[in-house]
Structure formats: structure tokens, C-alpha cells
Design a protein around this ligand. Structure first.
Ligand code: SF4
Length: 375
């Protein structure tokens, strides 16, 4: 088996409907395309000359669990020709709580899936309905008990700063999820993407973002509540119980090469980021017709790659070690970002002891606005 790439992502572009804030690559209500998707995926997998053994495999979307138990088994039959998780590999599937049943648990086990990333977003009825989510609090409680009792590692996605969401409601979401025992929690501030239904509603004044200071308060509250419940903020948006960090994401942030398949999926060969065309129907049509599906090739310069590595490193709690960074990238941290780092330290956004640079809590809160100075 080919030995240097140990991580793979598979994009499953199907959802029941499109949530108003979502601009991911997907088709909603097109279950009629499942069979063609499996066929096209089988063709795309042939791009690899030989099978690869994986340390992590991540099925994302879209909503992979929407394929249903039999569909997931079929998907793994297709993948197995080329993508072979090692015995201790982390195998993650993203799932909608409404898709989880005894039958899907059995399918996950039989496919070697050991980690489920649940798209919970909130337990609050008003927030769920504002976000166009179709599950309720009871569904989340039922499914989390089922998954944890069945031995899966459960990661939960939560959204904060959703329209109409109060600080109190966000606080109750976090408390409920920690009490339910999720081993990993990802907390994302809602982003408003052009072209989404939310974007249009905001332009018309019918849906408004929460105030920026409330958004910051919510994020601080998330950090406090999760930390006091034993979760470590190991990256800006990601919190884990001890030893429960997502190994797949760690591979991305370490800039290790990875494979990726499916519409809109982006792979990294160690130097270039290659992204497939986003249209699911065009991706299927091209592959079945024997044509290529490459959409975009980002040939990174060594300096561009080093700058990206620096940002990914600074997003992590442990920050960047100057010597390791030079060994891995060939660039000195200070040649890339001396002035911004000095400014962040002066403003209280970063600590720098001469060996390591890492963001402070206030730096973590503002991190997205810091990166333009490095990139
Ligand atoms: S379920 Fe997830 S991927 Fe699907 S539309 Fe909603 S937010 Fe987007």
C-alpha cells in the first residue's frame, strides 16, 4: 500500500433540506442521485493507483448519515477498494440527530466507524427553528444516550450568535451538552454567507445578527463553561476532554498531506491544494463520462505555505514553537510576522517568551480578525 498519505476526507453532498445559513457544497432533496454518487465515487477513487492505509477517515458533508444505514454500508464497500483504515484509525461520520437509530448504530459499527460528529447546533426550540433545523431537544438527548451507550466517541457542533439567541439560551445549550457527556465540542459563531437565505433576510431587514459584544460574551461563556467542565480548548473553536482531540483535524492543522474525494472536496499533496468542482451533478456526470473533476489548483509557494502553517499553529492552544516551525517550514516566524506578533503582545492578544508564541484568551476571541496581518 502507498505509505505517505494517512488521512482522507470523503464529501457526501446530500441533505434533507438546506438550512438558511448554510453555503456548503450539497444538494437538498435529491436522494435520487445516491446511486450515481456511489458509481462516480468509485470512479474517482481509481485516481489512486493503489490502496492507502489510513490513520483517520472523515465522512463530511452535507449530511453523510442521510444515506441511511444501507447507504452507509454501500458507501464503505465502495471506499474499501482504496481507503483502508488501520486497526486503531479514527473513523468519523457527520450525522443529523434525526438519522440516528438502532439500525444506523449497527451500520456504523459494521463499517468501522468509531466517532460521530453530531450536527446539534442548539437544544433551544427557538434557536433550532431560526436555524431551520429539523430536530428537537428530545431527539438530541435520545441520540446522545444511544451513541454513548453504544461506545462511540461523540462530538457535538454548537452554533452561537444565532439570530434571536440569548446569552442565557447559549449557556443552557453548553451546560446540557456537557451534562450529556459529549467527549468533544466544536463551537462556531454563526457566519453570514453571501448567497444564503440568511444573507437575503438580513439585506431585507427581517433577520438580524446579534450584537458583536453579545457574540464575544457568548464565546467567552463557552470557553469558561467548557473549561470548568473539564474540556480543553485545543483550538479556537474546538474543545475536548483529555485525549479526545479530533485526530483528523490535527492532521490538517499539522499541514500533513491528505486525500479527498467527492464534489467540492479539497486535497493537499504537501505542496498544492486541489479542489474538485462543487456542482454535485457536474461531478457525477464528468466522472461517469471519464472526464476530470479538478476545479481549482492552489499551487502554494513555500512562503505562502509557511504563512498558512503559522496561522494554523496560532489557532491552536499550544501555539507555535519557533524552532519546530523553522524545521518544518524552512522559515523563521519573525521573518514572516515579527511586527504583527509585537503588536498582538502589546495589545494583550498574544504571549511571546522568545521560544513560543501563543494567543491569549482575548487573542482567541478576536482571532479571525488577526490573520490578515500574517497572510
Ligand atoms: S444539515 Fe448541515 S450541511 Fe445540511 S444544509 Fe443544514 S447546515 Fe448545511
Amino acid at each position: 500500500m502507498k505509505g505517505d498519505i494517512r488521512h482522507a476526507y470523503v464529501h457526501v453532498p446530500f441533505c434533507r433540506h438546506r438550512c438558511g445559513y448554510c453555503d456548503f457544497t450539497l444538494v437538498a432533496g435529491r436522494d435520487d442521485l445516491f446511486e450515481d454518487y456511489y458509481t462516480a465515487l468509485g470512479v474517482e477513487l481509481k485516481r489512486l493507483a493503489q490502496p492507502i492505509e489510513l490513520d483517520t477517515l472523515y465522512l463530511g458533508g452535507g449530511t453523510p448519515s442521510h444515506l441511511g444505514p444501507e447507504g452507509i454500508k454501500h458507501l464503505f464497500e465502495v471506499l474499501h477498494d482504496v481507503l483502508r483504515p488501520a486497526s486503531a484509525a479514527e473513523v468519523t461520520i457527520e450525522a443529523n440527530p434525526l438519522d440516528i437509530s438502532e439500525a444506523s448504530v449497527e451500520a456504523f459499527h459494521s463499517c468501522g466507524i468509531n466517532r460521530v460528529s453530531l450536527g446539534v447546533q442548539s437544544l433551544n426550540a427557538l434557536t433550532l427553528s431560526t436555524l431551520d433545523r429539523d430536530h428537537r431537544e428530545d431527539d438530541v438527548r435520545r441520540v446522545m444516550h444511544l451513541l454513548l451507550d453504544s461506545g462511540f466517541i461523540v462530538s457535538v457542533d454548537l452554533i452561537i450568535a444565532a439570530p434571536k439567541q440569548t446569552l442565557d439560551a447559549a449557556s443552557r445549550d453548553i451546560e446540557a451538552i456537557t451534562a450529556l457527556g459529549a467527549q468533544h465540542v466544536s463551537v462556531y459563531c454563526l457566519t453570514w454567507e453571501q448567497g444564503t437565505a440568511f444573507w437575503g433576510k438580513r439585506a431585507r431587514g427581517t433577520l438580524m445578527p446579534v450584537a458583536e459584544d453579545i457574540e464575544h460574551e457568548m464565546f467567552e461563556l463557552a470557553i469558561d463553561r467548557l473549561s470548568s467542565s473539564g474540556y480543553q480548548q485545543y483550538e479556537v473553536s474546538n474543545f475536548a476532554q483529555p485525549e479526545m482531540m479530533c485526530r483528523h483535524n490535527e492532521a490538517y492543522w499539522d499541514c500533513r498531506p491528505w486525500e479527498a474525494f467527492g464534489p467540492g472536496a479539497a486535497r493537499f499533496d504537501g505542496q498544492n491544494r486541489i479542489t474538485n468542482i462543487r456542482s454535485t451533478s457536474a461531478w457525477i456526470k464528468n466522472l461517469i463520462a471519464g472526464k476530470g473533476v479538478t476545479g481549482d489548483v492552489d499551487a502554494m509557494t513555500p512562503e505562502g505555505a509557511a504563512r498558512e502553517r503559522l496561522v494554523l499553529g496560532l489557532r491552536r492552544r499550544r501555539g507555535v514553537d519557533r524552532i519546530s516551525f523553522f524545521q518544518q517550514s524552512g522559515f523563521q516566524v519573525d521573518d514572516l510576522a515579527k511586527k504583527p506578533i509585537q503588536e498582538w503582545v502589546a495589545a494583550g492578544f498574544a504571549d511571546d517568551d522568545g521560544e513560543h508564541v501563543r494567543l491569549t484568551r482575548s487573542g482567541m476571541l478576536l482571532s479571525d480578525s488577526l490573520w490578515s496581518a500574517v497572510l
